[in-house]
Design a protein around this ligand. Sequence first.
Ligand SMILES: C[S@@+](CC[C@H](N)C(=O)[O-])C[C@H]1O[C@@H](n2cnc3c(N)ncnc32)[C@H](O)[C@@H]1O
Length: 261
Amino acid sequence: MRSLGRGTCSEYWDWRAEKHDQSQWSGSGEVQQAVVAAVLSAVPPGASVVDAGCGTGRLSRALAEAGLLVTGIDSSPGMVRKAIATNSVAGRTTYLRADARDIPMPSESVDAVLQSLVLHNIVPDWRSAIWESWRVLRVGGSLVIVESFPPTAPACRRFFMTCTGLVHQRSHFTRAELLGALEETGLSVTSSLQVAIRDFSIDRWAKCVARDARTRVRLLELYQGVPPECREEFGLRQTAADVTITLRHELFSCLKIPATG
Ligand SMILES: C[S@@+](CC[C@H](N)C(=O)[O-])C[C@H]1O[C@@H](n2cnc3c(N)ncnc32)[C@H](O)[C@@H]1O
């Protein structure tokens, strides 16, 4: 059994549980709509889904309301408490404290696993969460992943890593590394979809993710002074008191294929 809390920043996420849904990180419904459509198109009615790293449970709830049986797991007790209190659907949601690298389910027992904006928070062994999803999925089951990647241009990547480094630990894997890990695991990517979240407020984000006023101010200052060559990459717009950017997430639908040989 993997010990809970190891490398998961669970204490940080406990703190963030109260403010998480205000951060615009998942947009105003864009990610939710895309996730529900992707999962529903991949599973039979009433199917079982594990929402790994469920946070406050907003996606678990949307999936349950669409008729699925959802187990939301999260390594942060604060997130699990918040999910139970605010996003339970009678008879259709169960929330548990558990690690995405050690899902408390038998092998080949679930129809779909969702990992929304969770893999990059698993440091450093994010790949083991993909293997673990593969283990619990039945053959023909689906893994749906929502991720965001650091920019590839060196100056923008450096800037991004400076900013995220002020907030909490993060794995900085690339899109190619994620695709490589999926292939190695025996998961076939059947589709991918870009989800853009426009007018993402850095001021609002900083208030949700930084634990002290100094870090909040520093984050806003950094974005106000973003290197000119990165302005377009981030879709950056500056107002008197704030900076907004366009966040780009990508949703991958993957199928567990039968092992060969
Ligand atoms: C950015 S939030 C995403 C929450 C939710 N999936 C969503 O899309 O709104 C990341 C979540 O992953 C959880 N998390 C981080 N590492 C984890 C791990 N190893 N196992 C399970 N949950 C983890 C955090 O506690 C947090 O709730």
